[in-house]
Design a protein around this ligand. Structure first.
Ligand SMILES: *Cc1c(COP(=O)(O)O)cnc(C)c1O
Length: 379
């Protein structure tokens, strides 16, 4: 089945009770048993729920994996991965990454004795310099948030395999429409389904997909034992969102391309970060591992003035000033004061998150309106 068919049919079967085309919302916590243990595969909704199970099969299908797991948020799904580790274990992580992931690693898991190395991975071979006998996980986010760095997943996977270390990839920005990390050799692919997979800014959810049966078993155990699951109503909404993923992504990419070009030619803009630009340092890797370049764009203004950046995001009318990304509507954010405020200033500036950096999540509106909005806001 091709990807654009999988978004609609992947892992799906019609409801067995009445033939409902969409999986019903099984809004139930428990399931009747005829005799102790006599049930139809479902006992309790933390463990299993038919609506969530349909969504988990859809996630697996889209990411070319065998097993999908849905969680109550993207961070809950990352939390489940780190729970595979024990005190003394070490993780090598991308240094430019989602602020909440950095907070989870440093503020929660460092206290439990897990050690994290945050490094630039634009040259993937540098990962090898940080590997020792305690290294258990490599954490890659690509493209990165918000600097849009691109990391070579295939190279990272080769290094991980050679040293028998797990490779997890946060695929939130790219989505499986643009990039499928399991096909490139990763062990775990993770999503904040809150973003493009849900696609309508109405659900918070996380997803994991793996191929290995044993690894899946461990993660299902953690999912059930820790209990950070999502509910059936949210599962239904994300299943509905997935059905248009390919169509939405096509438009996100088209609009992203035009806006990246517009900003690149703007006299007040110093630099534009979008992997589709030939000036992007890892443009070639992006071309090799992604089918297009998405709708996430960051840029800095000339003079790098904090207040000017704030004024631009306040002036926008069609772009909404808000955290999050990946919905049909365009959003703008100011990482230094919003999504990345939890990262110390020296740390964030090291990775390029300077005071005037603005991040756009380009939606699927008419691109002429979006460009006109940027024009009036930037001046
Ligand atoms: C939003 C986001 C997360 C966290 O997901 P939540 O659903 O907000 O918990 C993780 N990684 C990336 C890249 C994100 O954009």
């Amino acid at each position: 089945m091709k990807f654009n068919t999988k978004t609609i049919h992947g892992g799906q079967e019609h409801d067995t009770a009445f033939g409902a085309v969409m999986p019903p919302i099984y809004q139930t916590s428990t399931y009747a048993q005829s005799t102790p243990g006599g049930h139809k595969g479902f006992e309790y909704s933390r463990t299993h729920n038919p609506t969530r199970a349909a969504l988990e099969r859809a996630f697996a299908s889209l990411e070319s994996g065998k097993h999908g797991l849905a969680f109550g948020s993207g961070l809950a799904s990352i939390d489940a991965i780190i729970k595979l580790l024990k005190p003394g274990d070490e993780v090598i992580s991308t240094n430019d990454l989602y602020g909440g992931t950095y907070r989870l690693f440093t503020k929660i898991y460092e206290r439990f004795g897990v050690k994290f190395h945050f490094i630039g991975m634009e040259n993937a071979t540098t990962i090898e310099d940080y590997i020792n006998e305690n290294t258990k996980l490599i954490w890659v986010e690509t493209p990165t948030n918000p600097m849009m760095n691109v990391i070579d997943i295939k190279k990272a996977a080769q290094i991980a395999k050679k040293h028998n270390i797990l490779l997890a990839v946060d695929n939130t920005f790219a989505t499986p429409f643009l990039q499928r990390p399991l096909e490139l050799g990763a062990d775990i692919v993770m999503h904040s389904a809150t973003k493009y997979l849900g696609g309508h800014s109405d659900v918070v959810m996380g997803a994991l997909v793996v191929n290995d049966d044993e690894l899946a078993e461990k993660l299902y155990f953690i999912q059930n034992a820790s209990g950070a699951i999502c509910g059936p109503q949210d599962s239904f909404l994300v299943l509905r969102g997935l059905k248009t993923l390919h169509v939405r992504m096509q438009r996100h990419c088209e609009n992203g391309r035009k806006i990246a070009k517009y900003l690149s030619n703007h006299p007040k803009i110093e630099k534009v970060y979008w992997p589709g630009l030939e000036s992007h340092p890892n443009h070639q890797v992006a071309k090799d591992q992604m089918s297009d370049f998405g709708g996430m764009i960051s840029f800095v203004t000339k003079g790098n003035d904090y207040n000017e950046a704030i004024k631009i995001v306040e002036n926008l009318k069609i772009f909404t000033l808000a955290e999050s990304l990946g919905g049909v509507e365009s959003l703008a954010g100011h990482p230094a004061s919003m999504t990345h405020a939890s990262i110390p200033k020296e740390e964030r500036e090291k990775t390029g998150v300077v005071d005037s950096l603005i991040r756009l999540s380009v939606g699927i509106e008419d691109v002429d309106d979006l460009i006109a909005d940027l024009k009036q806001a930037i001046g």
